[in-house]
Design a protein around this ligand. Structure first.
Ligand code: DOR
Ligand code: ZN
Length: 335
């Protein structure tokens, strides 16, 4: 059995920089037609020069031509309207991180008072720039996303024309919010469709499945699966593939991030097939994002076959999800 996916998009991707960029960029560019690239480098991407230089480094590292890196800027509440107006054509979204919530987010937002955020959000709304958000509070780790929902609601109500993407949602509460506010959208990762906290910490600790937001309960996963498998028009695939070198994962202080980009399409085909939802996969990995972001990515046809795929134990020094496991679907051709 074979299926074909046109122009798959990964709307939440960490490509890093330097040696890591050279390892991971081609792995995404091989099978995806484009990706929304996260700005949480050290230092984060906050100027036009940094943004364009980083884009050039991605273009040099990607090795496959028909792959478009859609760039993001790291949210700062002191950007001016003039700056945003000038940079608008070079970015697809601005990514907001609460300060210190995850990898390289120390320069993120510490004060969520609407008065502090308003000038930039107002400008983004007027200019039509999408707000992409890592929505977690600094509360108890299992409750962080649900506790952040009132902040999404506050922003969604105050700026009804601003498109807000709740990144990597993991809870039934976030799924519910999607239908309550017209301007709320969401990405869903591969790993949150597959795993719950039990897979991370229910048996032996599995550091390569440790990420932020942490995987939640079976009923949360069920809510995510439901909207993904029906290709709910407000959800799109965003892998949040977040490579860290093995020594940072297999360590007493394990870095957060699941590396999934090179296996994403095969593993998505597998889980959609098992749910009898293969007909929704095209929308989930491409059309929905094209509509939400108003983009036309480069043409690329990816052929997947129901055939065994032994996932490598590592890609250089990075361990992927499903390392050494056999998936039941495989990418067999890219046209
Ligand atoms: O697990 C994660 N890793 N979650 C994030 O939000 C950031 C990412 C990273 O950059 O490593
Ligand atoms: Zn991320």
């Amino acid at each position: 059995m074979k299926i074909k996916i046109d122009s798959p998009l990964d709307m939440h991707l960490h490509l890093r920089d330097e040696d890591m960029l050279k390892v991971v960029a081609p792995l995404s560019a091989q099978t995806f037609s484009g990706a929304l690239v996260m700005p949480n480098l050290i230092p984060p991407i906050t100027t036009k020069e940094q943004l364009l230089d980083y884009k050039n480094r991605i273009e040099e590292a990607k090795k496959y031509n028909n792959f478009k890196p859609y760039m993001t800027l790291f949210f700062k509440s002191d950007y001016t309207y003039e700056f945003l107006k000038e940079i608008k054509k070079d970015i697809l979204a601005i990514k907001l991180y609460p300060a210190g919530i995850t990898t390289n987010s120390e320069d993120g937002v510490a004060n969520f008072s609407i008065d502090v955020l308003s000038p930039v959000l107002e400008a983004m709304s007027e200019l039509g720039i999408v707000l992409s958000v890592h929505g977690e509070t600094n509360g108890f780790v299992m409750d962080r996303e649900a506790e952040f929902i009132p902040i999404y609601e506050k922003i969604a109500k105050r700026f009804p024309k601003l498109k807000i993407v709740m990144e990597h949602i993991t809870t039934k509460e976030a799924v519910k919010a999607l239908d309550e506010y017209e301007n709320l959208y969401a990405t869903i990762t591969l790993h949150h469709l597959y795993i719950t906290l039990d897979d991370v910490a229910g048996g032996l600790l599995r550091p390569h499945l440790f990420c932020k937001p942490i995987a939640k309960r079976p009923e949360d996963r069920m809510a995510l699966r439901k909207v993904a498998f029906m290709a709910h028009p407000k959800v799109m695939f965003g892998s949040d593939s977040a490579p860290h070198p093995r020594y940072k994962k297999e360590a007493p202080g394990c870095a957060a991030g699941v590396f999934s980009a090179p296996v994403a399409l095969a593993a998505l085909a597998q889980i959609f097939d098992e749910a009898d939802a293969l007909e929704s996969l095209q929308k989930f990995v491409s059309q929905n994002a094209q509509k939400i972001y108003n983009i036309t990515p480069p043409r690329k046809e990816v052929v997947l076959e129901k055939e065994e795929f032994l996932v490598p134990s590592s890609y250089e020094n990075v361990v992927p999800i499903f390392a050494n496991e056999t998936l039941r679907w495989k990418v067999v051709d890219v046209l």
